[in-house]
Ligand binder design. Structure first.
Ligand SMILES: [Zn+2]
Length: 194
């Protein structure tokens, strides 16, 4: 509360918002938002590369290579012939985020990704100079690709840590911008973990 010297009218000072998104939730949310672009019917993964100044320098999601029709290539996870599955063709989110970079290099950057990276993405991460991985899920922990990935990352000195989000959900409400000033309760609307 501030007391005006002239009129003694009490004026309440506006405080800054306290429920704003923390950096790591923000970057992970951007990875998840990017994943919503994926055409993969089974697995939508996004990734976001951030430099030391907390600037985003690359974004990607899993999809077929440029110029290769995602209508013609298969999205199956299983088939008698592996050439009829998506695996030989699809580009992972990490690959696209790294190759989409808008900076000279990714030295000492952090990559935020929904799933722990596979061994092929670990190679790209290491070679690109990224020094830290922040992932949300490690649901394929025992798959040989993740075992190999951890082995490579450990040898190369790339750190990795699981992100524990402060909010279990982040809702984007496009109508919120039209709510008159003073009527906002929360922006962006967020639902705290139970
Ligand atoms: Zn991968």
């Amino acid at each position: 509360m501030l007391v005006s010297a002239n009129t003694s009218v009490l004026t309440e000072k506006s405080q800054k918002r306290v429920d704003y998104l923390q950096w790591s939730d923000y970057f992970m949310a951007i990875a998840f938002l990017s994943a919503m672009r994926s055409k993969d019917p089974n697995s939508q993964v996004g990734a976001c590369v951030v430099n030391k100044e907390k600037k985003i320098v690359g974004i990607g999601y899993n999809g077929m290579p440029n110029g290769c029709s995602d209508d013609d290539l298969p999205w199956n996870r299983e088939a008698d012939n592996i050439l009829d599955t998506k695996y030989p063709y699809v580009c992972h989110a990490e690959m696209n985020a790294i190759l989409n970079k808008n900076s000279a290099d990714l030295k000492d950057c952090t990559i935020y990704v929904a799933l722990f990276p596979c061994n092929e993405c670990a190679k790209l991460i290491i070679q690109s100079g990224i020094k830290e991985i922040v992932y949300l899920s490690d649901k394929y922990h025992n798959d040989y690709k993740m075992v190999a990935s951890r082995q490579l990352l450990d040898m190369a000195g790339v750190k990795y840590r699981q992100h524990i989000p402060q909010h279990s959900q982040i809702l984007i409400d496009f109508d919120s911008i039209n709510i008159p000033v003073g009527k906002h309760h929360k922006e962006p609307k967020s639902v705290s973990s139970p």
